[in-house]
Design a protein around this ligand. Structure first.
Ligand SMILES: [Zn+2]
Length: 142
């Protein structure tokens, strides 16, 4: 299931509050939910014109989050048209439009210019199973 479809399903319990219609700023409050991580009942500031949300997802992945969809539908906009064109089928086709070449022998590869990445030996894991830091008790809870 696509990200947009999942987000669109979440808007049912969301509450939309007008904050500033002129600047396109709205508040969306998610319902309290004891069964979800975080518990819900969060307030998000959606900037419809700037295409940003306080949760950070809209501006980062360029697909309206559930809060943005709530606002856009509340304004009677087609929320799907706010999905960035980079996700369009045309773009996907263009990505693979060029001709692929057969990979040459490694001896013919050019040296890479720029910084050389070296692994940090401090971060290398030792052989064997990692040591558990969890302290077990009788009930199985921490
Ligand atoms: Zn959001």
């Amino acid at each position: 299931m696509g990200i947009y479809t999942k987000n669109a399903q979440k808007i049912l319990g969301h509450t939309l509050r007008n904050f500033n219609h002129e600047t396109g700023v709205y508040q969306v409050v998610t319902p309290y939910n004891d069964h979800r991580g975080g518990g819900g009942n969060h307030s998000h500031e959606v900037h419809a014109f700037a295409r940003t949300c306080g949760c950070g997802k809209w501006q980062n992945i360029k697909i309206p989050c559930s809060h943005a969809i709530k606002v856009l539908q509340g304004l009677h906009f087609n929320a799907t048209s706010y999905i960035d064109p980079c996700y369009s089928l045309d773009n996907a086709i263009q990505t693979y439009a060029h001709q692929f070449e057969v990979i040459k022998s490694e001896s013919l590869w050019k040296d890479v210019r720029g910084p050389r990445w070296v692994p940090d030996p401090q971060l290398l894991r030792a052989k064997g199973r990692p040591v558990k830091s969890r302290i077990r008790n009788d009930c199985g809870f921490r």
